[in-house]
Design a protein around this ligand. Structure first.
Ligand SMILES: [Zn+2]
Length: 113
């Protein structure tokens, strides 16, 4: 499952950060998930809970911010929501589209003590 490997690498980053700050109790994690990553927030939450169970990270909450896929037309500069992966500019019909959001998968913040 896609979400399980994401959870694993996410938890490694979190543990590293917690070690660096010498904290052991994880409270919450806030992440940004772009539409293009095809991550199911519910599946991700499930994996997160399953992976932290019986570990010092158990009980932490996972907040997921979903970021819609957006593009910017290189011809006319129009910014728009890309729907159903049709990447043509609705203003000028241009096909040279730069993806400006929707591909991210980032940890925004970690709260621990
Ligand atoms: Zn355009």
């Amino acid at each position: 499952m896609h979400e399980m490997s994401i959870t694993k690498s996410m938890l490694e980053i979190i543990k590293d950060e917690m070690d660096k700050s010498k904290v052991s109790q994880l409270r919450s994690v806030r992440i940004k998930v772009g539409e293009l990553t095809a991550v199911e927030p519910d599946a991700l939450r499930f994996c997160f809970e399953a992976s932290t169970k019986n570990t010092p990270l158990e009980g932490a909450s996972l907040e997921i911010e979903e970021v819609p896929l957006k593009g910017k037309c290189r011809r006319c500069g129009n910014k728009f929501r890309i729907e159903a992966f049709v990447s043509r500019c609705p203003e000028c019909g241009g096909a040279d589209i730069e993806k400006i959001s929707g591909t991210e998968l980032d940890i925004v913040s970690i709260e621990a003590e």
